[in-house]
Write a protein that binds this ligand. Sequence first.
Ligand code: NAD
Length: 486
Amino acid sequence: MLDKITVAGVSVDTRHWIGGERVASSDTFTDVSPIDGSVLGEISRGTPAEVAAAVSAAKAAFPAWAATPRAERARILHAVADGVEKRLEELAVVETTDNGALLRSHRRGVMPRVAHNFRFFADWLLRLDHEDFATRGHTNHVSWDPAGPCVLITPWNAPLMLATWKVAPALAAGNTVVLKPAEWSPLTASLLADIAAAAGLPAGVLNVVQGYGSEIGDALTSHPGVRRISFTGSVPTARRIAASAAANLTPLSLELGGKSPLLVFADADLDLAVDLAVEQYDNAGQVCLAATRLLVEETVAEEFTRRFVEKAARLTQGDPRDEATDIGPTIHPRQLEKIDGFVRRATAAGARAVIGGHPRDGRYYAPTLLTDVAQDSEIVQEEVFGPVLTLQTFATEEEAVRLANDTRFGLAATVATGDRDRADRVTARLVAGTVWVNCFFVRDLQAPFGGSRLSGVGREGGTWSFDFYCDLKNTVTAPKGWQDHG
Ligand code: NAD
């Protein structure tokens, strides 16, 4: 096994990062580019032994990092952000090569946001104040104590973005971290370890363990030394993690899947509604928040569909490194098979593919719109995680809200309407962690993010992140008992 591989001209270490050192496993797994199936390299395949070493390193580093003054922690996190910005182009090309999402998005949106994650939580830490309350002369002093080593487990669809959304607040709060990236996109986590070390983050504060969740997940999530587990991924994996974490009652944050609706009312700006609908094909539909269920008022459904088809036909699918490409590949042939299975079962059950409905080759799935789908069918109820949308119509606002809320998920919802009163009425009744009105995907890092129902447990963002990554302590001090009797 090579300790380092070169990906798109960038040198990436294939080993774990534990206690400030590179550590290799005897076995490896193969990392493949979704763009063309080329082998990028052999990556260290973690075992419970490396997990134990990483948690030990995180435990050993915790007291000193927790005691590091906030201003110094914030300074180091800003230095990490500087490092991300300095290597932004490298991070963007490596991420695109590894997970197939658009290079132009990585360059302009995602990687700048990665740097912003560090800056934002560093600055928020400095503004995070203790609170004092008085009870019958006693002072209640509420402080934010670091919780301890945190295990952070992330998916492949937005690897570095989602990892740093956890790493940055966990570190800012004074915790140490063991990060396990997804096995289909392991590379940028390794670059992050280099960047953090160069920024002066002490050894053991951030550790990265590579490998399969099925092989090291349990060791990570059942470890008694771990004080927080934050997971982004699928519902079945979340269930396993929750069961494993139950042994130590380790607090969990779970950001899971969705089956979010886009409600298009007849009073909406129809071109805007069509733009919002076509946007759901971003990242080849591999976005947890994607509004994959189009619910369109029946009086405008025909015109909406006509304009949607026209616009979708102009999308370019192909190499995500090409600036002109709108939709890249699916992460893995296995994912493509899964997507196609959903579509085949739907069409066998009577759904009609208005566009798409088939793979383009072994890596790309054609943007698909299915109509004639029943509310209780698999294609309407289950997350596909590919460029597959369904379209249903509704006659009344009441019916729109009922259909929108009628899945087991509650991650997000989008409403297209020209009527402010309707927007207020409908958003108040939607079950979702995030609701967008006449827009999509915009979010301030100060605002809470998370899902209701099976879409997750807990909220992150701003103070909510520190709520999770800290042990809140209330110290109650009596007015009497002091030697000076003052
Ligand atoms: P996944 O659940 O298969 O894997 C996610 C991570 O969990 C990977 O790192 C994997 O190795 C690890 N894992 C697997 N088994 C494990 C176990 N037993 N113990 C511990 N860890 C284990 O999910 P995925 O396919 O990588 O990602 C797609 C899913 O993620 C979709 O459902 C999507 O909606 C969801 N997602 C949610 C959000 C959000 O913020 N709500 C964001 C992105 C993706």
